[in-house]
Write a protein that binds this ligand. Structure first.
Ligand code: PLP
Length: 391
């Protein structure tokens, strides 16, 4: 997928990112959408208004964001939430007690926690499956299976799932496919065009892009599902505030140029790590050695800004490396302009310890930022060279 063109010859991705849902303000000519703070909107007659009545149900800044992001995902419908988890939770509200979900055996820890600890006791069961293996998906299928949930690239192992093949299988079996597109962003990958039914985002990551706003998003082409989601968005109320919507709208304008740099910096980091003697294994879908490389090359524009690796000396030197980088800040989260380093086993993935999703304690995950690439490489090399380990 390399075309910049929009759907059916419409405006290209970068154009939509800057203009979709945000024409100049008709009253003032302002070239960016207003941060609309009103919680209620004047009505001409009871029930007769200009499209907005109460801010939880809808807000002009949120409407701009929802229109823009839906346009980027090529989706008919888009809904914004106060966090990625609020988006996921709202989607899971569309299931009924007794339903079963197939989840990835490598996933964002919070997604696993939500499905296991919150929805499990409410009657939603789940089976973790290695989704790169379609036979395992078939084997895990039950008569009550409704959803297959996937992340690609996955967190933190950067596994690549063939979205088109998984969508075909899921539909044959009578289920729906959800793709968490947080790591790829719509710039690199468009799951709905590949057959997915719902796209999930944490806007907190690349879409916001500057580590200063939390948000979530759902996109779908299915009007009936979109109606249910909108009902739950309003009824449950996990909606983003107008300032948050504005910050994400601003972030999205530069998504394409940021992603290009994230990707090229990540390639350089992955290559440098692959050649380093203290590194046992590098996970980056852009490397020929990655088992999902060919699928990623087919379904993604480029390979993303996330790189994971396993330290040859296991956990103690991995912790030392995570502590000793200077430019790569030791912190959770990902997808912003600044580079971050983290130790999944002790940080982002503590909620999966003891489950099928548990991660290697020697694993380090990098969110490669858009700083000067030579500085990033030097910082990592210094940290790796100074961490003591016995191979
Ligand atoms: C961060 C993240 C989430 C959760 O989003 P929040 O905005 O933190 O609630 C979900 N999925 C993935 C892949 C993430 O990285």
């Amino acid at each position: 997928m390399t075309s910049q063109a929009g759907p059916a010859g419409g405006p290209g991705f970068e154009t939509r990112a800057i203009h979709a849902g945000q024409p100049p303000d008709q009253a003032t000519g302002a070239v960016i959408p207003a941060v609309s703070l009103a919680t209620t909107f004047a009505q001409e007659a009871p029930g007769k208004h200009l499209g907005f009545d109460y801010a939880r149900s809808g807000n002009p800044t949120r409407a701009s964001l929802e229109t823009c992001l839906a346009a980027l995902e090529g989706a008919a419908h888009g809904l914004a939430f106060s966090s990625g988890m609020a988006a996921e939770d709202t989607l899971l509200h569309c299931l009924s007690p007794g339903d079963h979900v197939i989840i990835p055996d490598d996933a964002y820890g919070g997604t696993f926690r939500l499905i296991d600890k919150v929805w499990g006791p409410l009657g939603i069961s789940h089976t973790p499956v290695r989704l790169t293996d379609l036979d395992s998906v078939r084997a895990a299928w039950r008569p009550d299976t409704r959803l297959v949930w996937t992340e690609t690239p996955s967190n933190p192992m950067l596994l690549i799932v063939d979205i088109e093949a998984l969508a075909d299988l899921t539909h044959q079996m009578g289920g729906r496919l959800v793709v968490d597109n947080t790591f790829a962003t719509p710039y690199l990958q468009q799951p709905l065009a590949l057959g997915a039914d719902v796209v999930v985002h944490s806007m907190t990551k690349y879409l916001g892009g500057h580590s200063d706003v939390t948000g979530g998003f759902l996109a779908t082409d299915d009007s009936e599902l979109a109606e249910k989601l909108a009902f739950h968005q309003n009824a449950v109320g996990g909606v983003p505030g107008p300032m948050d919507c504005y910050l994400v709208l601003r972030g999205i304008k530069t998504l394409a140029v940021r992603m290009d740099r994230h990707c090229s910096n990540a390639v350089a980091v992955a290559e440098m790590l692959s050649a380093h003697p203290a590194v046992a294994r590098v996970m980056y879908p852009g490397l020929d050695s990655h088992p999902g490389h060919e699928i990623a090359a087919r379904q993604m524009r480029a390979f993303g800004g996330m790189v994971s690796f396993i330290h040859a000396g296991g956990e103690p030197p991995a912790l030392e490396v995570a502590r000793s980088t200077e430019l790569f800040t030791l912190a959770e989260s990902l997808g912003a302009v600044e580079s971050l380093i983290e130790h999944p086993h002790r940080m982002t993935h503590t909620s999966v310890v003891g489950s099928a999703l548990e991660v290697d304690p020697g694993l380090i995950r990098l969110s490669v930022g858009i700083e000067s690439v030579d500085d990033l490489l030097a910082d990592l090399a210094r940290a790796l060279d100074s961490a003591t380990y016995l191979s």
